[in-house]
Design a binder for this molecule. Structure first.
Ligand SMILES: Cc1cc2nc3c(=O)[nH]c(=O)nc-3n(C[C@H](O)[C@H](O)[C@H](O)COP(=O)(O)OP(=O)(O)OC[C@H]3O[C@@H](n4cnc5c(N)ncnc54)[C@H](O)[C@@H]3O)c2cc1C
Length: 414
């Protein structure tokens, strides 16, 4: 399935988008010695989903062995190494590694967490199941339930993280890429008037939902989902909270007298899509408050009426909730070459898959972009260089941008 590798050290890379996806992939290519240019349409980096004021860092694990669980267990360890690397440089990314406690709000959730621990997806030093008493000790507040504790979890500022990861790359702002043209062995990036922006050997589409605006990528099945975070003033009791509490949503420890609670996950109305910046809504704040009430009843009662500033954004999701990371298939060739895949022929009977050479995509990061992006970025760099993959081959296939074309062909009626 893999295309031939196109990269070597002295080749040039252009990344479209400067959010967590673009910044992570830029950093990974820089680590391999490439010169990288970022194209960003806004006046500042990370101005869309990655402008979220804080991102909670915790792995998304599954009770039974699954591609999702395996991907996120690997992604967690990649993120932790990257955070140590960034910390060594002394860059401030707003990181608070205060730990995350995923509360077991029901018996089913306790059983799920027990299964996660028994699966050994993460070593004991990175994930531990704790009793209600241990949970209360870790959180610094009274709690009636235990949970899963991730000692290295916490929060960071995605924009500051992106800024740190973009160190050493050239960032060209206020430029919207609209078209991609192949010019001999390179790609030319053009703006909406057809004026050239730059040429590069390798292009990574990391524009969130708008990774699909190009002729080569307009079939990518991406779905927007609205999300909102709410700030709420702390009180004497909630001020003693020392770690992030998670469940259906999350509550962060207070900073400057404010907790962040969230996040909603909603369908999108057409008016939310304009400029990719939905307006915060009071109803979403109320739902965030209710989520926190279900985790720690009464904790924020005294301040619940004083809901503060909210922030809303759009997540870019996929049908199977895994990112799209890898080489960009030539959709027309895929449809032609694999048309009868539903008949269950052996893969060896098919021609090699056809790709847009030197064109990769990293998007669909959904609700866990800060955790997923660094490993997904490493995957793309290893594919571009023809290096060993940083994760098992079946997981790389589960992230492959062509997977939905093949799945749809398998389900086709005719
Ligand atoms: C309310 C909310 C809460 C969240 N909480 C968490 C959390 O707690 N933890 C977590 O890990 N994740 C969280 N996420 C998810 C996380 O924010 C996203 O997964 C991540 O930011 C996606 O990054 P991205 O780079 O793919 O997209 P974006 O951040 O949207 O970046 C895409 C960039 O590409 C640029 N661009 C697009 N098209 C073009 C073009 N044609 N030319 C030039 N530039 C272009 C855009 O301007 C933008 O800057 C949350 C998201 C939301 C909305």
């Amino acid at each position: 399935m893999a295309p031939k590798s196109v990269m070597s050290k002295n080749k040039t890379v252009a990344v479209i988008g400067s959010g967590l996806a673009g910044a992570s992939v830029a950093h990974a290519f820089r680590q391999r010695g490439c010169s990288v240019t970022i194209i960003e349409r806004h006046a500042d980096i990370a101005s869309e989903a990655s402008a979220t004021p804080s991102a909670v860092l915790m792995p998304r694990l599954t009770a039974r062995e699954s591609t999702d669980g395996t991907f996120y267990a690997h992604a967690w360890q990649t993120l932790l190494s990257l955070l140590s690397e960034v910390a060594k440089n002394g860059t401030n990314i707003g990181l608070q590694q205060c730990g995350v406690l995923h509360l077991a709000t029901t018996e089913e959730e306790t059983a799920r967490q027990t299964a996660i621990i028994q699966s050994g997806a993460l070593p004991h030093s990175l994930a531990k199941q704790v009793s209600p008493a241990e949970a209360a000790g870790l959180a610094g507040i009274d709690l009636e339930m235990g949970g899963l504790h991730f000692p290295d979890g916490g929060t960071l500022s995605p924009r500051q993280f992106c800024d740190a990861l973009l160190d050493g790359s050239v960032v060209r702002k206020k430029l919207a890429a609209a078209r991609l043209e192949r010019d001999k062995d390179q790609w030319r990036v053009l703006d909406e008037n057809g004026a050239p922006i730059l040429q590069a050997d390798c292009i990574i589409l990391a524009g969130g939902l708008d990774s699909a605006v190009f002729d080569q990528s307009n079939w990518l099945p991406l779905t927007p989902r609205r999300g909102q975070l709410t700030r709420i003033p702390s009180n004497n009791v909630s001020d003693t909270l020392t770690c992030v509490l998670a469940g259906e949503g999350h509550l962060t420890p207070s900073r400057n007298g404010q907790h962040v609670i969230g996040a909603t996950f909603d369908h999108v109305r057409p008016e939310d899509l304009g400029e990719r910046k939905p307006q915060p809504e009071r109803d979403a704040d109320s739902r965030n408050v209710r989520i926190v009430e279900s985790l720690v009843p009464g904790l924020l009662e005294a301040t619940i009426e004083a809901v503060g500033e909210s922030w809303a954004g759009l997540r870019c999701t996929t049908r199977d909730h895994l990112p799209l990371a890898g080489p960009l298939p030539n959709q027309a060739s895929y449809l032609n070459d694999f048309a009868d895949v539903k008949h269950g022929h052996r893969w060896t009977q098919y021609p090699r898959a056809t790709y847009h050479e030197g064109l990769y995509v990293l998007t669909g990061l959904g609700a866990h972009g800060a955790v997923a992006a660094p490993l997904a970025a490493d995957l793309i760099v290893s594919q571009a260089f023809g290096d060993p993959l940083p994760l098992p081959r079946n997981i790389a296939q589960a992230l492959h941008p062509g997977r939905f074309i093949v799945r749809d062909l398998k389900r086709a009626k005719n």
